[in-house]
Write a protein that binds this ligand. Structure first.
Ligand code: COA
Length: 259
């Protein structure tokens, strides 16, 4: 796949997707965010175990939406910009395979929001998370007011959004925003690969259903318990369920086919 601001590299069934605008600290301009959309759409058509999303360079995962593009926006354009981001981030959150953000350096504004749309986050000692939009007199527009509450609770989420303070990796770990802190970006990528490889040994239909059901908890108007009951039933239409149960009874490893 050829992109202007993304690097696409697949190795051993794992897509490493790198946001590649290091001179702008990987800020999400319109072009980049549309490329992210296209990349995730393409990824659905590939046989992948999982996706690792990261930022190029040592300084940033993503330092936010591209502030230069906010100049001269009117109300309608601003709403459209936010809606486009929401749609793309929802699509990432609903990917049926694991998506892990390797977050090293600044993850600010849209960068923090993008990482929160991924299923898991792995940080490094260089990581700084923040929602500093109020410094510009604006607010988060890519789901940050909602997802940060979901991850760390109302009190701390309000504090971060209201003060624009940044938090380090250890604080993010303590708050439950990140899953692991590794020594550096390479180690974080290796950790992400090992998690994806572990998940790849499980039933892929079950993995997709886990993601769907956990996401349902946070969807307005959706009964997550009912979603789980339906998903549980759906799974029993698959060959994989027979294989998983039979393999256990025969004391062997299952050979899931994703059907
Ligand atoms: N949008 C557009 N450009 C950005 C950007 C953003 N969100 N964040 C950084 N950049 C650009 C800078 O303008 C600069 O470009 P230039 O070299 O052409 O002038 C380049 O990236 C490097 O950033 P710089 O500010 O020089 O690096 P720094 O190490 O001094 O500071 C930050 C790093 C992250 C603290 C600072 O860049 C910053 O505050 N960025 C904005 C963060 C933000 O508010 N994000 C939410 C946006 S809604």
């Amino acid at each position: 796949m050829d992109f202007k601001n993304l690097l696409w590299s697949v190795e051993d069934g794992i897509l490493l997707l790198t946001i590649n605008r290091p001179d702008k600290l990987n800020a999400l301009n319109g072009e980049t965010i549309l490329e992210i959309k296209a990349a995730f759409e393409q990824a659905k058509n590939e046989q992948l175990k999982g996706i690792i999303l990261t930022g190029a360079g040592e300084k940033a995962f993503v330092a936010g939406a591209d502030i230069a593009e906010f100049q001269g926006l009117n109300e309608t354009q601003a709403m459209a910009l936010a809606q486009r981001g929401h749609d793309i981030f929802f699509a990432i959150e609903q990917m049926p395979i694991p998506v892990i953000a390797v977050v090293s350096g600044f993850a600010l504004g849209g960068g923090c929001e993008l990482s929160m749309a991924c299923h898991l986050r792995i940080a490094t000692p260089q990581t700084k998370f923040g929602q500093p939009e109020v410094n510009l007199g604006i607010i988060a527009g890519y789901g940050g007011t909602q997802r940060l509450v979901q991850y760390i609770g109302k009190a701390k989420a309000l504090e971060l959004h209201l003060t624009a303070d940044m938090i380090d990796a250890q604080t993010a770990l303590n708050l439950g925003l990140v899953n692991y802190v590794e020594a550096d970006k390479n180690a974080a990528i290796e950790k992400a690969k090992s998690i994806i490889n572990k998940i790849a040994t499980k039933g892929p239909i079950a993995i997709a259903k886990v993601i769907e059901c956990v996401n349902a908890y946070y969807k307005d108007g959706v009964d997550g318990f009912a979603t789980e009951v339906n998903a549980f039933g759906d799974i029993f239409k698959s060959e994989d369920v027979k294989e998983g149960v039979q393999a256990f009874l025969e004391k062997r490893k299952p050979n899931f086919k994703g059907v």
